[in-house]
Ligand binder design. Structure first.
Ligand code: SME
Length: 159
């Protein structure tokens, strides 16, 4: 693919346009790092999110993986922050206002709302996709659905 093409700012159709483009970016590419890196870039480019990236489970900790945005916390323990909670619960978490989420880990004071989607392979969380916005209430079910679909595309890269 030469260039990402998103023709709308409406979230549902934007995710619908993005999904096949991420599929073609990762199709046939066995490198996990390459696929996570391109997915983070595609999401940031498509939606202009403040921060998009992956944390991967390593020795029972989340460790920073490929991302787009400002420098971020490197390690997150299970149950800590939004990422650690999504890992522990093995479920997507939408945080409309990070200041109201107990235990939120502030990597940047500019981050106002957040969504974290766990990556589950063989019933085990192997990492999370974390997206931060500099606006309150950025994320809803459309993002949860779109990002969960994108995470599904990445599962074979982990196997
Ligand atoms: N806010 C996250 C930490 C990761 S950064 O936002 C990139 C959390 O509470 O888990």
């Amino acid at each position: 693919m030469e260039e990402l093409k998103i023709t709308t700012s409406d979230k549902t159709p934007a995710y619908q346009e993005l999904v096949p483009q991420i599929q073609s970016l990762v199709f046939g590419e066995p490198s996990l790092v390459a696929n996570l890196a391109n997915t983070a870039a595609a999401l940031r480019q498509a939606f202009g999110f403040f921060w998009v990236g992956f944390y991967l489970v390593e020795n029972n900790e989340l460790v920073l993986g490929p991302f787009q945005g400002t420098v971020a916390c490197t390690r997150i323990a299970k149950g800590k922050g939004v990422c650690g909670a999504a890992w522990q619960n093995a479920d997507t978490i939408i945080v409309p206002n990070v200041d109201e989420f107990q235990g939120h880990i502030a990597c940047s004071s500019l981050s106002k709302s957040e969504i974290v989607v766990p990556i589950i392979v063989n019933n085990t969380v192997v990492g999370v996709l974390d997206v931060d916005s500099d606006r309150l209430n950025e994320f809803d079910e459309r993002d949860a659905h779109g990002l969960e679909t994108i995470v599904q595309i990445l599962i074979p890269s982990f196997q």
